[in-house]
Design a protein around this ligand. Structure first.
Ligand code: UDP
Length: 157
């Protein structure tokens, strides 16, 4: 089962929470066959926002990004599955929701670059998934469990 256990960090941003899209995002990831192993409804503070988006510190949009991500609650999650990090990124769509393909989360619900509803760890940034998971979750907040439908999702489960 080892190659089905890649973990990735996913977050419904404040705009997604306000628009009532938590359930839809969770549903889409469940429907894909991914397994939720952690979830928390929370408010991000300045420090966490700076840490999470440290790579963008020098960008012109950084202050606005911190203000936005701390402007209301988010739903932070950890999802597990084969190639989970890249799979979630594909389901999210392009960063600019105006450019994101229909059928993706950003493409179906978003219309803006900053307000793009969802965050998922970057699969091209080695170790970003594990870094972000440990920034938001303690190890004992993650649940180790068997998803009964995995044997139907994966031929070799
Ligand atoms: N962002 C923004 N303006 C920009 C680029 C990015 O407001 O010009 C925001 C946007 O919300 C994005 C986040 O900063 O999701 C992080 O940017 P990144 O390039 O890492 O995009 P992502 O990985 O979220 O697709």
């Amino acid at each position: 089962m080892s190659h089905h256990d890649e973990r990735t960090f996913v977050m419904v941003k404040p705009d997604g929470v306000q628009r009532g899209l938590i359930g839809d995002v969770v549903s889409r990831l469940e429907d894909k066959g991914l397994k939720m192993v952690g979830g928390k409804f929370m408010q991000i503070d300045e420090d966490l926002a700076h840490e999470h988006y440290a790579e963008h510190e020098d960008k012109p949009f950084f202050d606005g990004l911190v203000e936005f991500i701390t402007s209301g609650p988010v739903f932070a999650m950890v999802w597990e599955g084969a190639d989970a990090t890249r799979q979630v990124r594909q389901m999210m769509g392009a960063t600019d929701a105006q450019e994101a393909a229909p059928g993706t989360i950003r493409g179906d619900y978003g219309n803006d670059l900053g307000h793009n509803l969802i965050h998922g760890s970057d699969h091209e940034d080695e170790g970003a998934n594990e870094r972000e998971i440990s920034l938001f979750f303690d190890e004992d907040e993650l649940v180790d469990w068997d998803l009964g439908t995995s044997q139907w999702v994966y031929e070799d489960a």
